[in-house]
Design a protein around this ligand. Sequence first.
Ligand code: ATP
Ligand code: MG
Length: 653
Amino acid sequence: MSEKSHETLSNLLQEKRRFPPPADLAESANVTAEAYDAAAADRLAFWAEQAERLSWSKPWDEVLDWSNPPFAKWFVGGELNVAYNCVDRHVEAGRGDRVAYHWEGEPGDTRTLTYADLQREVNKAANALLELGVRKGDRVAIYLPMIPELPISMLACARIGATHSVVFGGFSAEALRTRIDDAQARLVITADGGYRRGKPSALKPTVDEAVAAAGSVERVLVVRRTGAEVDAQERDVWWHDVVDRQSDEHEAQPHDAEHPLYILYTSGTTGKPKGILHTSGGYLAQTAYTHHAVFDLKPETDVYWCSADIGWVTGHSYIVYGPLANGATSVMYEGTPDTPHQGRWWEIIAKYKVTVFYTAPTAIRTFMKWGDDIPARFDLSSLRVLGSVGEPINPEAYVWYRENIGAGKTPVVDTWWQTETGAIMISPLPGVTAGKPGAAMRPLPGIDADVVDDTGTPVPDGGGGFLVVKSPWPSMLRTIWGDDERYVKTYWSRFPGMYFAGDGAKKDEDGDFWLLGRVDDVMLVSGHNISTTEVESALVSHPKVAEAAVVGATDPVTGQAIVAFVIPRGSAGAEVEGDEFAKELRDHVARSLGPIAKPRQIMIVPELPKTRSGKIMRRLLKDVAENRSIGDVTTLADSTVMDLISQKLPGTK
Ligand code: ATP
Ligand code: MG
C-alpha cells in the first residue's frame, strides 16, 4: 500500500457501536484479561501451560526450536497420540457417556455418538486401515460428505500416524486428482454419495474418474450413505464389509509432536491451492486452547455447533480437533441451510439447545436476504456466544446476527485466521472484550501479530497496512507439502523474519485490528488505496442490500474504478432494477465513505461467485468488469453462477 493509504483508511471506518460482554459471562469466563499479561510476560511458558491441557506420552525437552527459521518445531521431543487425546482420555476419565456428536442428516435421520461410541468406531476404522495396508507416514485422501465417518476416518488416520488429506465433497474429479497426486495418497475414503438440497448427490463416480488418472491409489474404501448404485471397481472395498467386522480395541501408539497430522489444500480463493502441512502437538494445543478461550466452551453444559464443512480448515480445527480435545458436545449437520425450508439451521439450534454457534458472514448475509421473520419463528434462547469466520464481517451483518440470532445479548466473536495458521489468531474474548461490529479486535494471548507498512515497520494506532505475525505460533503450518521453497517464498519473503498472511488490516485509535480483505484485492483509485471490505460494508449497510462484492476495474481516467456487484434483499421489491436504485447506492457509498469511494458502476446480480467455503471470488468478477474471458472456476461452489451473472449483464461494460 502506498503512503496515501493511511489517510484514506482513517476516514473510512466510522463504526461507533460497542457491545461489552454480558456481566454473567464476564464473571464466569474461562479466560480473563490476565491471560494477555501472562502471555506477554513469557510467551513460551504460556504455550507450554496450554500444551498441558493435552495428555503426553513423553514430555517435551524444548517448547520451541526456531534455530532454522522459518521451519518451526514445537514441543520438541514430546510424544502424544492425537486420537487418544480427542477420544480415549475422556472415556478413561469416566465421561464415555457424554455425547461427542449429535449428527443430523439432511433427510432428517439422526445419529448420536458418545465418546465411548466414538472410541469404538475409531478403533475399528484404525484396525481396518491397517488391514488395508496403510502404515504410519502414508497419506490417505478423504472425500466424504458431512457424515460421522468423516471425523471417524480422520481420527483413525491420526491414531495410526497416517496423514490425512480431506478434499471437499463438492470438488471435481480433476481437483481431487491433483490433490491425490500431490500427496501421493495410497488410499481414498469416500461414499456412494451424500444428501444436498433435498436429494442424493453422488460422489463415487468422481472418485472413479480421479483415481483412474492418479497412479498412487491402491484401494478405495466406500461408505454406503445414499444407497445409490455404484460402479464397482476391483480396488473398491465397502466400509460395512471391512470396518464393521474389526475389533473395537486398538492400542494407540504415541507419535512425535512434529509428526504430520494432515495436509489441507487452501480454499483456492486467489489461485492455485497450496498443500498446507500441519503437525500434531502444537496444532492440537492451540486448537484446544482457542476453542476453550474464544468460545468460552464449558464441556459439561455447552452444546456447540460449527456449521462449516469439515473439508475446510474451520471444520478440521473447530468441528473435529479442538472440540474433541476439550471433550465438547457438538452438533454436526450434513446438508444445506434451506432444506427442506429456510429455517432448518434455527430448527436445529432449537432442537439441540445449541449454546455456542460458529458460522460465516456469507451465511449470515444469506439469512438477512431471506428475512428476519424466519429465525424469529424459532426458540434460539439457548444461544450465549456467536462466532464468525471466513471473511471480514460487515458491521451490518454483525449487528443483524447479534440482534436476530443472539436476541441482542450474545457476544459476537469475529475470528481471523487461515488454513496456514491452523487455529484462531485474532479475535475478541467473549468475557473480556467490548466488541466493535466489523473488528477482529486483538491478537489472542500468545500471538504476536501486528500491522506494518511496506517497509515492515509497525504502523501507529490509526494506521493501515499489512497484517503480519512476528513470532512462530504452535499451530502454524510447517511447510507446503513437498515444496519448502514455495513455503519460504510465499509466506516469509515479503517482510524478512515475519510471516505475511496476504491480508490488509488497520489499527484503530484504540489499537484494535480491523481486517480489510486481501491486499491483492485493494483498489487503487486516483492514487488512493481503497479496500474492498469497506466499500462492500457500506453497500451492505443500505437497507435494500443483502450482499455486495466490489472490484477495481481498469479505468482510463482514475487508473482503477470501483465496480460493484449487488444482491438486493428479498424485501427490497421491484424498484431495484432501475437506474434510480443504482444512483441511490452510489450516493449512499459516497455519503458513508467519501466521494473517492463512489462506485463507477453498480450491477444488480442474482448470485455471487463463491468458493465452497463461502468466500467471494473477486478475481472472476474482475474478469467480468474488465470484459475478459473468465478465469479458472474449478474451486467455485457452483459453476453455473458465472453464467447467471453474464446472462444478467448482456454487453456488460
Ligand atoms: P487461497 O489462500 O487458496 O486463496 P483462502 O485464503 O480463501 O484461499 P482460507 O485459508 O480458507 O483460504 O482463508 C483464509 C482467509 O480468509 C484469510 O487470509 C482472510 O483473507 C479471510 N478471513 C478469514 N477469517 C476472516 C475474518 N474473521 N476477517 C477477515 N478475513 C478473514
Ligand atoms: Mg489464503
